[in-house]
Design a protein around this ligand. Structure first.
Ligand code: UD1
Ligand code: CA
Length: 452
């Protein structure tokens, strides 16, 4: 049975006190509603009808998904009214799963359970029991059969004592949904078209209504303010940290690693405290990440060691490489196997060949450095003349003396040596020594100036 998903995301989210629509606030580095779209797509929903109201431009610029169908709810007249905005796109002979845009931790496995429940009933509801159900719609049962949902504001004292609540997530046939939505009214305490009123209609028609539960109530928790956002962020981070550990990664402290993207890891990876992962990061076997590192869209191969306080972005680090402490690899950096980048070295759009080293205090930009070359401390590739960027090409086994400036475009041959303190503006042939500095003069018996 094919099914489509309706995601309710038109609420303003006033309590976030933000210019950003609530559902775009990130959790795990991704807009909260994007996670729900991803989960729906992972279940192979035929379409995701996204009910939106505020911040259309921001939403359309930030969200992606091949199944998204944008449905504007210009005025927020209730959850039932929200679903009505998708009705014209829903087929009678498919099932419809309704999700809420501000409960981002819902798991695919739980929604699968909701689908299974729908498979052997006419209407499936996702419910949870809460110690404090205040504000929530209550599940009304007669002889254990679900017969209605009553909103908190409309509930009697006796109904308010019920702890089983509506999560807002449910599933039913498209044809049923359409018929019931047509019959909704807004005669209730809030003057809204309640989606929840369809439950009593289903019961009145003698439909079977069954409930499914998530593993944990946190999966269905909605976010209304930044306190709740922070709490769910920590929950998500804890889950991700546990998944990493179960995959064979040692975390120095699972509470102090943040994954704001996706990470894939080999065996026996070690990650020290305060590491931040963004975008898509791949770590090979035996990779060691020191404390306070930031890894963004990068690929780090087997046995590489990243020392403390290093930042690696859109770079690739080969096997047995060593980076840092305090290194910065910017976009376009490629370190081949066994290359080394040490402290206070910045690398941008540069390749370091196998075994090449830049151990201290260096800037390498727009450069290609051959295998086993050694870049001395304080070497700078002068790649920018104020208008254009130019390349520095260094061959294999070259030796660049400390504090040299390589004024690009410039080429240094295989096995060439540059004397310390040189300013290199022209080609250095293979195996040659280039000395490009003023010669030392010694003045014997030099008298220092005396105070007047
Ligand atoms: C709703 C349910 C309640 C349930 C609770 C779970 C109804 C009538 N009540 O309560 O039973 O316990 O969720 O959190 O359904 N939205 C729109 N357009 C609207 C109104 C809401 O898109 O016109 C969206 C909101 O952005 C939000 C979701 O629907 O993502 C739920 O709305 P919210 O106002 O938070 O839910 P309640 O009415 O409090
Ligand atoms: Ca409401």
């Amino acid at each position: 049975m094919t099914f489509s998903v309706v995601v309710l995301a038109a609420g303003k989210g006033t309590r976030m006190k933000s210019v950003l629509p609530k559902v775009l606030h990130p959790i795990g580095g991704e807009p909260m509603v994007q996670r729900i779209i991803n989960t729906a797509e992972s279940l192979e929903a035929s379409a995701v009808h996204l009910i939106y109201g505020h911040g259309a431009e921001q939403l359309k610029a930030s969200l992606h998904g091949k199944a998204i169908n944008w449905c504007l709810q210009a005025e927020q007249l209730g959850t039932g009214h929200a679903v009505m905005q998708a009705v014209e796109h829903i087929n009678d002979n498919e099932d419809v799963m309704i999700l809420v845009g501000d409960a981002p931790l819902i798991k695919a496995a739980t929604l699968q359970r909701l689908m299974e429940t729908k498979a052997h009933s006419d209407l499936a509801l996702l419910t949870v029991n809460l110690d404090d159900p205040t504000g929530m719609g209550r599940i009304i049962r007669e002889d254990n059969n679900i017969v209605a949902i009553v909103e908190h504001k409309d509930a009697t004292e006796a109904q308010r004592a019920i702890t089983e609540i509506n999560t807002g997530m449910m599933m039913m046939a498209g044809s049923d949904l359409k018929r019931w939505l047509n019959a909704l009214t807004n005669q209730n305490a809030q003057g809204e078209y309640y989606l929840t009123d369809v439950i009593a209609m289903a019961a009145a028609e003698g439909k079977t209504i069954q409930a499914a539960q998530p593993d944990s109530p946190v999966e269905v928790e909605g976010i209304n303010n930044r306190v709740q956002l922070a709490r769910l962020e920590r929950t998500l981070q804890r889950w991700q940290a546990e998944e990493l550990m179960m995959n064979g990664v040692t975390l120095a402290d699972p509470e102090r690693v943040d994954i704001r993207g996706s990470i894939s890891t080999g065996q026996d990876v070690y990650i020290d405290i305060n590491t931040v992962i963004k975008g898509k990061v791949t770590l090979g076997n035996n990779v060691h990440i020191g404390p306070n590192c930031i890894l963004i869209d990068c690929d780090i191969a087997d046995n590489a060691v990243i020392e403390a306080n290093s930042i690696i972005e859109q770079a690739s680090v080969g096997q047995h490489c060593s980076v840092g402490p305090y290194a910065r690899l910017r976009p376009g950096t490629v370190m081949e196997n066994k290359a080394k980048v040490g402290n206070f070295v910045e690398v941008k759009k540069a390749r370091l060949g196998e075994g090449a080293k830049a151990n201290h205090l260096t800037y390498l930009g727009d450069a290609d450095i051959g295998a086993n070359s050694n870049i001395g401390a304080g070497t700078i590739t002068c790649n920018y003349d104020g208008v254009n960027k130019s390349k520095t090409l260094i061959g294999e086994n070259a030796f660049i003396g400390s504090n040299s400036a390589l004024v690009a475009p410039v080429e240094i041959g295989d096995g060439a040596t540059v004397a310390a303190g040189s300013i290199i503006t022209g080609k250095v042939p293979d195996e040659a020594l280039a000395v490009a500095r003023s010669k030392q003069r010694n003045i014997a018996g030099w008298q220092r100036p005396a105070k007047k």
